[in-house]
Design a protein around this ligand. Structure first.
Ligand SMILES: [Zn+2]
Length: 129
């Protein structure tokens, strides 16, 4: 649940700006008229180049924010270190990783293994050191 806090904070900032200054709806209206002016070829508040650069930076920033949140929430699911069960301290054995686990491992820059406990039937991701 603690991983939702940045989203909640960003949401409060947007709602607060909207309520106090209508900045959010004004931004949406301006973005949509920017795209309309590009399609129709009429002038806009800023040059087409500046509009495209601005929209691109906005998209990259939003993507980076969401990707970071997804990565952090996935890191929160890694519950074990090494080959010891985090629930009962028993021995675990390796299982075949799913494709998403390999991708996650690449983005986290850590060697993740998928493990199963024979004693308590826990399964999960473990960081290999
Ligand atoms: Zn166990």
């Amino acid at each position: 649940m603690r991983r939702t806090t940045p989203f909640l904070a960003a949401g409060l900032v947007v709602v607060g700006l909207e309520l106090s200054t209508q900045a959010a709806s004004l931004t949406l209206v301006r973005l949509s008229s920017g795209f309309q002016s590009m399609r129709a070829g009429f002038g806009y508040l800023v040059s087409p180049t500046r509009f495209v650069v601005g929209v691109s930076l906005l998209a990259i920033g939003l993507f980076a924010f969401v990707a970071q949140m997804i990565l952090e929430s996935a890191e929160g699911r890694v519950s074990a270190v090494g080959d010891v069960c985090p629930v009962c301290r028993g021995d675990t054995e390796r299982m075949k990783r799913l494709r998403m686990h390999r991708i996650l491992s690449t983005f986290m820059g850590r060697r993740l293994t998928r493990r199963r406990c024979n004693a308590c039937k826990w399964t999960g991701l473990s960081v290999k050191y």
